[in-house]
Design a protein around this ligand. Sequence first.
Ligand SMILES: Cc1cc2nc3c(=O)[nH]c(=O)nc-3n(C[C@H](O)[C@H](O)[C@H](O)COP(=O)(O)OP(=O)(O)OC[C@H]3O[C@@H](n4cnc5c(N)ncnc54)[C@H](O)[C@@H]3O)c2cc1C
Length: 386
Amino acid sequence: MTPVDLLDLDSLLDDEERQIRSVVRRLVDDRVRPHVAEWYEQGQVPARELAREFGRLGLLGMHLTGYGCAGSTAVAYGLACLELEAGDSGVRSLVSVQGSLAMYAIWRYGSEEQKQRWLPPMATGEAIGCFGLTEPDHGSDPASMVTRARRDGDDWLLHGGKMWITNAPVADVAVIWARAEEGVRGFAVPLDTPGVSVREIRRKMSLRASVTGEISLDGVRLPADALLPGAAGLKAPLSCLTEARHGIVWGALGAARDCLETTLGYATTRTQFGRPLAGFQLTQAKLADMAVEWQKGFLLALHLGRLADAGKLRPEQVSVGKLNNVREALAIARQCRTILGANGVSGEYPIMRHANNLESVLTYEGTSEIHQLVIGQRLTGLNAFA
Ligand SMILES: Cc1cc2nc3c(=O)[nH]c(=O)nc-3n(C[C@H](O)[C@H](O)[C@H](O)COP(=O)(O)OP(=O)(O)OC[C@H]3O[C@@H](n4cnc5c(N)ncnc54)[C@H](O)[C@@H]3O)c2cc1C
């Protein structure tokens, strides 16, 4: 139990959920925490090595069934995301993109051959996947994508490019979304296919312990069986995003918890004006407000996770969770930063790294504004996107 768990929300979890959580927490303590500040500073992360370790623990495609996947509940997967993101949002992104975007797309929309080919090695971390939806000129509005897929005999020819693609520089396969004559289609594209080139995006000031790339597709010839047969229309990639957003609803709480626990430790030991920072009323007001928000966020995540496990989770409900929990996690990280004073900006503490990471988390998988529009449309029946 964390000191932040004022309401004893742990009691809402079952033994198996608590056990999975503690296994992931231990892995993060051993394998991520000791190194992550260095990875972040260098802008380099041993993604392949980490993927294999996560694969050994069954964390990749954890909530999927068959093909070597663990088949866990949505709540257990959420708890794993929370623990991973308590280490770093970039590390959680590696797992989310692999399992909830790339593997999920193949698992849900792929042919039996595609599933047999890709899912088992992706579940062990031997193969890494990425998910290419965003383009340089089309982010929030993927319906306007310009990447094209054209039939050429039995083959497909892909032209275009994808931007801001997590894992791309280390990936073996990309799920690429492109506009064909009949609408948006998805393709499993091995990244060593002629005509594909990947450039790593450097100088990110956020998610520095995550590799991000740009994928260029220049007349990429693919056999007919590269097409994901079940994915027709934009609703296919959007359904993958709903999966991944559920992980983020939980993950953001991990970053916030790490900030809060660090801050509680700091504020009770650092003294100014002859008393611990935690003894000042203004500090306690901040701590109390943050702990209350964290608890509300956890209840929300757990509710959405239980809905997912009952097969009842709707996309706009995930939007409520993503909007609230990322927004509040970022507010918590910034507030914690103030309590650490100058040390709050130091890489010796995790706070600023989490705050910077959460800026990306606020933007990817649907920006806060896009989730407000989704919720607004549900409330009013009016589409205010354009
Ligand atoms: C580190 C990182 C990793 C990423 N990984 C991936 C990945 O693996 N795969 C992938 O496909 N993408 C990925 N993305 C891209 C991400 O999903 C997009 O950045 C996101 O969808 C927003 O698109 P954009 O950046 O083009 O912003 P824009 O769409 O240009 O939006 C800019 C601003 O305008 C606002 N806005 C846009 N439209 C409206 C509207 N109708 N009403 C009101 N406000 C609006 C937005 O909310 C935002 O504040 C990643 C991004 C980052 C930063």
